[in-house]
Design a protein around this ligand. Structure first.
Ligand SMILES: [Fe+2]
Ligand SMILES: [Fe+2]
Length: 328
């Protein structure tokens, strides 16, 4: 956190073309329905979450299953109090990347309001700006309610994804990165957190966000197929490659190193934990929630990429290299 007159944040140079419409008649029945749904589904982070519900249990917030070292000898050696402390730090770390991602999504959708051309696409994107603002707000409120201390600095992949999407000028690449890849990921992640978290308030927050993310993913499903179908061969390749890039950054995952360092883990231990994490991600034994999350996510990605027309023979090997099974 920077102090004094300097404002905490970073700049991204962008070049965006605003399309000012002169015709405001509805031009897409499906997108209009999504827009109508978005207006009905608006909720208020200040009022619609039961912020007063006390935290029950041992003080941990996410499921211990989701802490990387759960079930390893490192976990076995820790005191009860340290396990709770690690759980809380990992939660703060995870929610830090999410609250930053929601902010990035809000900036990106404000660009999409300008650069998409369709009337209903513009109206829908304006609702997504407000949705992402609420997500940023609700996660920050949660962090302040349950976890003290600053958020962790913006993680490498999150920063790279949003800086790239913000400085890309074409709407369909922004949408492939955000609504197709990142938000298909978000739907699976928030679904898992809504079901597995130890804190009833966190489960509520995630259920609310999930409802909106499903709609955002829907924007990709409705807007991309026509674009993909009409694309030239070069454009098609560009879109496929961009999807592969976004997948690699989204699925690459980021290790909550700072949380472990703060708990006093030594360098050698951290190397072993990272190795264990890689092996497990490559198909070793996984805990129930992780397994469920991975299957849900991979199924969602395959279904959505196929639906918009971007799952080609050409990129199939890339998906397989990420551990995604394409059968059926
Ligand atoms: Fe969001
Ligand atoms: Fe979203």
């Amino acid at each position: 956190m920077e102090h004094g007159h300097q404002i905490d944040g970073h700049q991204v140079e962008t070049r965006n073309t605003a399309h000012f419409r002169h015709d405001y008649r509805s031009d897409g029945a499906d997108l209009r329905r999504l827009y109508e749904q978005a207006k009905i589904d608006q909720w208020n982070a200040a009022r619609d979450i039961d912020w007063d519900v006390p935290l029950e249990g041992d003080g941990g917030l996410i499921s211990d299953d989701l802490v990387d070292i759960h079930g390893t000898r490192f976990w076995g050696k820790m005191s009860e109090a340290d396990r709770v402390e690690l759980n809380r730090r990992i939660t703060r770390w995870r929610l830090s990347t999410l609250v930053q991602g929601e902010h990035g999504a809000m900036l990106l959708c404000s660009q999409l309001v300008e650069c998409v051309q369709g009337q209903d696409a513009k109206l829908f994107q304006s609702t997504q700006v407000a949705d992402e603002a609420r997500h940023n707000e609700v996660l920050q409120r949660y962090l302040e309610l349950r976890l003290d201390g600053d958020i962790y600095p913006v993680g490498g992949n999150v920063k790279e994804i949003f800086d790239t999407l913000l400085s890309t000028s074409s709407w369909y690449l922004k949408t492939i990165g955000l609504q197709l890849v990142a938000e298909t990921f978000a739907v699976s992640l928030f679904r898992m957190l809504a079901e597995s978290s130890k804190d009833a308030v966190l489960r509520q927050v995630c259920r609310r966000i999930l409802q909106d993310e499903a709609r955002h993913m829907g924007f990709a499903m409705l807007s991309l197929p026509a674009m993909v179908a009409e694309a030239s061969e070069a454009e098609h390749r560009e879109m496929e490659d961009f999807a592969v890039w976004a997948l690699s950054r989204t699925l690459g995952g980021i290790f909550p190193l700072a949380a472990y360092q703060e708990m006093g883990f030594a360098k050698a231990d951290l190397d072993e934990i990272k190795q264990f994490r890689r092996e497990r991600a490559a198909g070793g034994d996984e805990t129930a929630f992780r397994k469920y999350f991975r299957r849900d996510l991979h199924d969602g990605l395959v279904r959505n990429l196929r639906k918009v027309g971007l799952l080609s023979e050409r990129i199939a090997p890339n998906l397989q290299s990420f551990g995604i099974k394409l059968a059926a």
